[in-house]
Design a protein around this ligand. Structure first.
Ligand code: PDD
Length: 286
């Protein structure tokens, strides 16, 4: 079945969906995006994704094309038109098409480009990888300094995933000044006893929507939370490690640069957080 894609208000078969070659999203990666997971046909953590979208647009002086209820209506329409049960809705807003290539921003009245598409992932919440865990490698964080803005500049994260694949691993963790920043497309955590350690929010990592929910639920479950950077050596000596994202939820990490973490099997804290998070995600999905 051909997907129905949203382009600037129109719902089109994917083969008919087009944007200009002069679009700044295409030429300059002058664009922001969001990925919202869908479980049982409903949107997970939707309000959080709307808030972060507004923040990213604001940081780049781009006008938000829709109020939150407008975004919700479009997302729901996409889920319905694509009969999406489990998967993701991808949303991208670019600074639009000024009609030519120019480094300077176009006039503010230039219409943004809005694109949404769905990705069907049956059984998304039952990923077999959650039972075995991911192996990660570490690589230097060579991304720009505003990683808190969710832009479509994803070349280095793509390179990181390819480096991980070449090393026989599942993903890569970025490091800067000897400390872990985050994963290529997820936030990174270690566990010591009842304590969860993860880097504090700043301009050096993306403010994960799943991160916010997981930390809130962990605090409610009487776990201790320490927001500070950690080194690879500390991570390798931790009891457990895991990552969070809208597509992986809570995913255990069982080795870092070939060093086994804890028992080398997904640990109880990550397993518990995954279960609590998925329960809450389903309960609060809209
Ligand atoms: N990635 N850090 C980075 C660099 C990310 O790209 C992502 C999300 C996260 C986790 O954020 P959230 O919990 O809001 O998904 C952290 C998405 C899933 C992607 O690019 O596909």
């Amino acid at each position: 079945m051909s997907r129905i894609v949203h382009v600037n208000g129109a719902y089109l078969p994917e083969a008919n969906a087009m944007i200009s070659v002069f679009d700044r999203g295409f030429l300059m990666a002058d664009a922001v995006y969001e990925v919202t997971s869908v479980l049982g046909g409903r949107l997970v953590d939707f309000a959080g994704h709307c808030r972060r979208l507004a923040r990213s647009l604001d940081a780049l002086e781009m006008t938000n094309p829709h109020p939150d209820d407008g975004w919700l209506a479009i997302h729901r329409e996409m889920v319905a038109r694509n009969a999406l049960e489990d998967g993701m809705v991808y949303l991208q807003v670019t600074r639009g098409n000024p009609g030519d290539r120019d480094f300077a921003y176009p006039a503010p009245e230039t219409a943004p480009t809005v694109v949404l598409f769905t990705q069907s992932k049956p059984g998304l919440a039952d990923a077999p990888a959650a039972r075995t865990g991911w192996q990660v490698i570490t690589i230097p964080d060579l991304r720009w300094g505003r990683r808190d803005i969710k832009t479509t500049q994803l070349l280095y994260p793509s390179m990181g995933k390819m480096m991980a694949r070449a090393a026989g691993a599942d993903d890569a963790w970025f490091t800067e000044d000897g400390q872990v920043t985050e994963g290529t497309s997820n936030n990174a955590y270690i566990v010591r006893g009842n304590r969860i350690i993860t880097r504090a929010l700043g301009q050096d990592i993306l403010h994960g929507i799943t991160r916010a929910a997981v930390l809130r639920l962990a605090a409610e479950a009487q776990m201790e939370i320490e927001e500070r950077p950690f080194t690879i050596t500390e991570a390798q000596g931790a009891d457990e490690a895991f990552v969070t994202s809208a597509s992986a939820f809570v995913m255990p990490v069982v080795s870092i640069d070939g060093t086994r973490i804890g028992t080398g099997r997904p640990g109880p804290v990550a397993a518990r957080l995954r279960e609590i998070y998925l329960d809450e995600a389903r309960r609060s999905a809209v």
